[in-house]
Design a protein around this ligand. Structure first.
Ligand code: KMH
Ligand code: ZN
Length: 309
C-alpha cells in the first residue's frame, strides 16, 4: 500500500508571541501575507492564519484585519487557508467565529476544551517592550482561562454548520479527545475528523513522546481508523515532536505561532525557514510532503473555489 503523504501546516503568526519577542514575527498585514506565501512556496499545504491590529500588532479577529491577507495569499498560492476560531485566549467565542462566518474558508480551527493557557514566564525575558500592551498581555496570562465550554463548541459548530468547513480540532490534553467524541455523538461533527494534538502549552499535556503515543492510542480507541491527525509541539518541542509524528504516519504543524526558534537559542528568520527544515527532515526520512490538492483529497475539503474571499 502506498505510504500516506505528510501534510505540513504552517501557523504563521498566532496570538501568543508579541512583536518584542522576534523581529521576524510577522505583524503587519503585509508581513503576514508575505510570510504565508513564502511558507506555502516552501511546502506548507495548509496555512493556519490569525491576524493582528495593523497599528500596534495586538491579536485581532476582526474580518477587516483579514480581508487583505486572505485575498493576497489566495491570489499567490494554491494553499488551503485555515482561519483560527481560537483567536486569543482572552477572547470569547462570539467574536472568535466572526471571521470564519464571514469568509467561509475551507478550514478553521476549533478548540476542544476549556483550560488554563499561560505563558507569563515569558514576561521576565524582556526589559523593554516595543508596544505598551505587550507586557500586561503576557504577564496577565497567568490568570487566563481559555474558555471553550461544550456550549461554546456547540455555538461555533452550529453557526458554521452551513459552510462545509473542515475543523482543525485542537486537542491540548487527552480529555479533549473525549470532548470531541461526545460532540460527535450528539451530531455536531461527522467522521473523518482532523485532530491537531497540541503539546507543551502550560495548562495542557506536556511535550513528551509518551504523551504523543498516549494521545494517538486514545484517538485510535475513540475514533477507530476514520480520522486524520497532526501534531504541534510548542516551543523547543516543535521540530522533535513533528519529526516523531511524521514517522508515526501523522501530519505536522510548524510556524512562528508555535515556536519562534529554528534551533536551540536561535530565532527563526521566517516561517518558511521552519517549513523548509521540517520538509527536509520528512523527505530525508523517506516520506513525501502533500501538495495542497493532495491535502484537500486527504481531508475531504470543499475546495478553494467555494470560499467567500
Ligand atoms: N496557539 C496554539 C497553541 C487556535 O488558533 O485555534 C493553538 C491554536 C489555537 O492554534
Ligand atoms: Zn492558532
Amino acid at each position: 500500500m502506498a505510504k500516506q503523504k505528510t501534510i505540513i501546516t504552517c501557523a504563521v503568526t498566532g496570538a501568543i508571541h508579541t512583536p518584542t519577542m522576534s523581529d521576524n514575527l510577522p505583524i503587519t498585514h503585509n508581513e503576514i501575507a508575505e510570510q504565508a506565501i513564502a511558507a506555502a512556496e516552501a511546502g506548507a499545504s495548509i496555512l493556519h492564519l490569525h491576524t493582528r491590529d495593523q497599528v500596534d500588532g495586538r491579536p485581532s479577529v476582526a474580518p477587516n484585519d483579514y480581508s487583505g491577507i486572505l485575498s493576497r495569499v489566495k491570489q499567490s498560492t494554491n494553499a488551503v487557508l485555515n482561519i483560527t476560531t481560537g483567536g486569543a485566549p482572552t477572547m470569547r467565542i462570539e467574536e472568535r467565529i466572526q471571521a470564519a462566518l464571514h469568509f467561509s474558508p475551507e478550514m478553521c480551527s476549533l478548540n476542544m476544551g476549556s483550560m488554563n493557557f499561560a505563558f507569563h514566564a515569558l514576561a521576565d525575558r524582556y526589559d523593554t517592550w516595543k508596544y505598551d500592551w505587550e507586557r500586561e498581555y503576557i504577564a496577565g496570562s497567568e490568570a487566563n482561562i481559555f474558555r471553550n465550554t461544550f456550549a461554546d463548541i456547540k455555538q461555533a459548530a452550529t453557526a458554521l454548520a452551513g459552510h462545509d468547513i473542515k475543523f482543525e480540532h485542537e486537542c491540548y490534553d487527552v480529555g479533549h479527545l473525549y470532548n470531541l467524541k461526545h460532540c460527535m455523538e450528539i451530531g455536531l461533527f461527522k467522521a473523518p475528523v482532523f485532530l491537531q494534538f497540541v503539546f507543551g502549552v502550560l495548562g495542557g499535556i506536556g511535550a513528551e513522546v509518551e504523551n504523543l503515543i498516549f494521545m494517538k492510542r486514545t484517538a485510535d480507541r475513540l475514533f477507530g481508523t476514520d480520522y486524520r491527525w497532526s501534531v504541534l509541539g510548542a516551543g523547543a518541542a516543535q521540530m522533535p515532536l513533528a519529526t516523531t509524528a511524521s514517522q508515526m504516519g501523522g501530519n505536522v504543524r510548524v510556524g512562528l505561532e508555535d515556536s519562534l526558534f529554528i534551533s536551540r537559542g536561535q530565532l527563526a528568520t521566517s516561517n518558511a525557514q521552519q517549513v523548509t527544515k521540517i520538509r527536509r527532515i520528512i523527505e530525508d526520512l523517506g516520506c513525501e510532503v502533500a501538495t495542497p490538492d493532495e491535502a484537500r483529497d486527504m481531508l475531504d475539503l470543499k475546495g478553494g473555489d467555494k470560499v467567500a474571499f
